[in-house]
Design a protein around this ligand. Sequence first.
Ligand code: UDP
Length: 242
Amino acid sequence: MSCTIKKDLLSEGKTKKIYITNNPLEVLIHHKDCLTALDGVKKNFLQDKGILNNEITTLIFQFLNSCGIQTHFIRKINNREQLCHRVNIIPIEFVVRNIVAGSMSKRLGVKEGISLSSPIFEIFYKNDKLKDPLINDHHAVFLEIISYEELSTIYNITSKINHIIKKFFLEKNIILVDFKIEFGKDYKNNILLSDEISPDTCRFWDKKTMKKLDKDPFRTGLKEKEEVFDIYMEILKRLNVS
Ligand code: UDP
């Protein structure tokens, strides 16, 4: 295994920093101690949250890799950083819903908690100025950010991912309500699952109590950030029990 040397900062988002490395095909992703909600409107420093998210997303991506899903994840480097294949992120957020919650509940005026007989997929255009609007396939193709063929490939992969991680979490007594994923293309144009999967990007409910095990209570102001830390710890604890 060759030694990775961290070089210049490539980009910085709300919760992560991306560094180039001595290998042009690989990047180093650093998880920050930042908790955001409502498209970054609520932004808080939360000590060591980056450590938890790095660990949680590592466990999930390792599992997905072992199930044959092609992801950007190579290996965890230290408690905050992981080595990943360098990709160009497709500027679309793919949301999968197994139970009605969040923006779907508000947009359609339907009660949170209704189980969906088959998952609902939504796509959002990643654009800060426009506040990441909900779009459809035709808008995405018109914007020239993806082709119909690539969308079809990604919907297939997304469906597999949902199937795999829904079962994975259920075995830990966690219901996967909904989640957001992102994809990128590597230097050979392969489509890889990228970004992260963590309590920042998923809604989790406890199977027995239906208690929310994510940042939803922070979004709505019901819980302080410190309590959210305990919730993320609980998720990590459950993932570590085989
Ligand atoms: N999500 C995300 N990043 C975003 C928006 C949504 O990770 O910028 C996740 C969110 O955590 C939830 C799912 O995508 O698990 C669906 O979110 P929703 O559309 O309901 O929006 P929200 O009300 O959560 O902003």
